[in-house]
Design a protein around this ligand. Structure first.
Ligand code: UD1
Ligand code: UDP
Length: 441
C-alpha cells in the first residue's frame, strides 16, 4: 500500500504529523506532497523539525496568490505527481486550498481520498475554507471525522454512514505528545526568553489571520481598539505574515507595536507555542486549530469570529464567540480575569476532540479499507437498483446492522427523541425515528 499526503500550510503540517508518524511506524510506503502555499521557514520548515517528521518528497512551490491561481497551480502539480506515484489513497486535512486542489484532482483520477477533519461546517459560504471543506467532502471516499456533531453534518447532507468514521482530532495527539517534550525542553525562541514569560502576570495569547478579520480595516481596527484598553494583561502576539502585511498596509502596525503591554513577535515553533499557550490565562484568536488546542489544554478561549465550524467548543463551555466587537472582547476578557468561577468553568470544559489516539485509528481504518479492496475506485458494473426513501419509528430492540440486513436498507438519519444521532452498527434503534433508503430488489 502507498499513502500520499497533500499539505500546504502550518496547521496541516501540525495535524498531519501524528498520522505521518504512525504510517512510518507501521512501515507503510508513503510520500508527502507540499503545495508550497506556506513557504517562510517559521510557517513551514520549522514544523517538520519540531514535529520530527520527514521533509516532503515534493514541493510544488505555488507560493502566494489569488485563490484561482493558487488552486490551479496546485492542481496541475498534484496531478502530475499522482500520475507518476499512483498511490492507493491520498490524505488531505482540513479546509485549505491544498485540500480543495488535492481532493478535486483525486476525484477526477479515481484515486481514493481520505479527508482528515471532515464534516466541519460554519455554514458561512463567504469563508474560502467553507467552500474548500464542502467540495473536498464531495470528492472524498473516507471521512475521518473529529466529533459526532460533524458526522451528523455529513449525514444531513446525504453522505452514506458507511464511510464516516469518528476518530477525534489529531490535534489532540500532537498537543499531548509535544507539550510534554516542550515542558522538558523549555523555550527555545529568543524573543520568548527575553520576555521572561514565567514572571509575567496575566498572559493573553493573541493570534489572528482570517481574511474576514485582517483584510477588513473596520474589523481589525475594532479588535485593536479593544487591545489598547487591555492594559492589565500582557498580550503576546505571534503575528501571521498575512496580518503583518495588512496591519502595515492599513498603517496600524507601528501604533500597536509601540504599546507597552502588547508584545508582537514573529510566528514561533510548535513546541514554543504549546508551552506559551499552556502558561497563558486566556487565548484570543480566530484560528481553527487554536480553538481546539485551547480546550485540550484547559485554557479559556475567546474567538474573534461570528461563527465557528467548531461549535462543540462553545457548547462545552470552553470557547465564546466575540466577533470583532470591541465591547464583547473587553467584557469577556475582564470576566475571565476577574471572575474566578467564570474562568474555572471555562477551564473545566470537557474536550470534545478525543483522547489523543486519532492518528492510530485513522491508519488502522486505512489498512482495513485497503485490505478489503475498498480503496479501488472503479466504474460500477452492476445495474443500478432503485430505492425508496422512507421514514419510520422503531418499536423493537434491533441494531442498525440488523435493521439494514433485514430490510435491505441503508439507514440515513436517526432521531433519538432529542437530537439527531450517529447510527453506529451496534446502536439499538428501539424508540427511535429513522430515515432510510429501502432497496427495491
Ligand atoms: C491559509 C489558509 C487558511 C489557514 C491558514 C493557516 C486557504 C484559503 N487559507 O491562510 O485556511 O487557516 O493558511 O495559517 O487555504 N505569507 C507569507 N509567507 C508565507 C505564507 C503566506 O508572507 O509563508 C503571506 C503572503 O503575503 C500571502 C498571505 O500571507 O499572500 C496569505 O497567505 P495564504 O497562504 O494565501 O493564506 P493564509 O492567510 O495563510
Ligand atoms: N501555531 C504555532 N506558532 C504560532 C502560532 C500558531 O505553532 O506562532 C500553531 C497552533 O498551535 C495551531 C496552528 O498553529 O496548532 C494553527 O494555525 P493557524 O492559526 O495558522 O491555522 P488554522 O488552525 O486557523 O487553520
Amino acid at each position: 500500500m502507498k499513502i500520499a499526503t497533500v499539505l500546504g500550510t502550518r496547521p496541516e503540517i501540525i495535524k498531519m504529523a501524528p498520522i505521518i508518524d504512525e504510517i512510518n511506524k507501521k512501515k507503510i510506503n508513503q510520500i508527502i506532497i507540499h503545495t508550497g502555499q506556506h513557504y517562510d521557514e517559521e510557517m513551514s520548515d520549522n514544523f517538520f523539525r519540531d514535529l520530527e517528521i520527514p521533509t516532503p518528497d515534493y514541493n510544488i512551490q505555488v507560493g502566494s496568490g489569488t485563490h484561482g491561481k493558487q488552486t490551479g497551480r496546485m492542481m496541475e502539480g498534484i496531478e502530475e505527481i499522482l500520475l507518476k506515484e499512483t498511490p492507493d489513497i491520498v490524505l488531505v486535512q482540513g479546509d485549505t486550498n491544498a485540500v480543495l486542489a488535492g481532493a478535486l484532482v483525486c476525484g477526477k483520477l479515481h484515486i481514493a481520498v481520505g479527508h482528515v477533519e471532515a464534516g466541519l461546517r460554519s455554514f458561512d459560504m463567504t469563508m474560502p475554507e467553507e467552500i474548500n471543506r464542502r467540495v473536498a467532502d464531495i470528492c472524498s471516499s473516507i471521512y475521518f471525522i473529529p466529533t459526532e456533531n460533524s458526522a451528523v453534518n455529513l449525514l444531513a447532507e446525504g453522505f452514506s454512514r458507511k464511510n464516516l468514521i469518528i476518530t477525534g482530532n489529531t490535534v489532540v495527539d500532537a498537543c499531548f505528545r509535544h507539550l510534554e517534550i516542550a515542558k522538558k525542553r523549555g523555550f527555545e525562541e529568543e524573543s520568548l526568553k527575553q520576555l521572561d514569560i514565567d514572571n509575567m502576570d496575566n498572559i493573553l495569547i493573541l493570534t489572528m489571520h482570517r481574511a474576514e478579520n485582517v483584510d477588513v480595516k473596520e474589523r481589525v481596527t475594532n479588535i485593536i481598539e479593544a487591545l489598547k484598553e487591555l492594559i492589565d494583561v500582557n498580550v503576546i502576539f505571534p503575528i501571521h505574515p498575512r496580518t503583518k502585511n495588512m496591519l502595515e498596509k492599513f498603517g496600524l502596525f507601528e501604533e500597536l507595536n509601540n504599546l507597552e503591554h502588547i508584545h508582537i513577535i514573529k510566528p514561533i515553533g510548535y513546541l514554543d507555542f504549546l508551552l506559551l499557550t499552556s502558561k497563558s490565562t486566556l487565548i484570543l484568536t480566530d484560528s481553527g486549530g487554536l480553538q481546539e488546542e485551547a480546550i485540550t489544554m484547559n485554557v479559556p478561549a475567546l474567538t474573534l469570529r461570528y461563527n465557528t465550524e467548531r461549535p462543540e467548543t462553545v457548547t462545552a463551555g470552553g470557547n465564546i464567540l466575540v466577533g470583532s466587537n470591541r465591547k464583547a472582547i473587553l467584557e469577556n476578557v475582564n470576566k475571565i480575569l476577574n471572575d474566578k468561577e467564570f474562568a474555572d468553568k471555562m477551564k473545566s470544559a470537557t474536550n470534545p476532540y478525543g483522547q489523543g489516539n486519532a492518528a492510530k485509528k485513522i491508519v488502522e481504518e486505512i489498512k482495513e479499507y485497503y485490505n478489503n479492496g475498498i480503496l479501488n475506485i472503479t466504474a460500477p458494473e452492476e445495474i443500478m437498483t432503485s430505492f425508496t426513501r422512507k421514514m419510520t419509528k422503531i418499536t423493537e430492540d434491533i441494531t442498525v446492522n440488523e435493521f439494514e440486513s433485514k430490510e435491505n436498507a441503508l439507514i440515513r438519519m436517526v432521531f433519538d427523541g432529542n437530537k439527531m444521532t450517529f447510527p453506529t452498527n451496534e446502536l439499538n434503534l428501539n424508540e427511535m425515528i429513522i430515515s432510510y433508503d429501502k432497496f427495491n430488489n
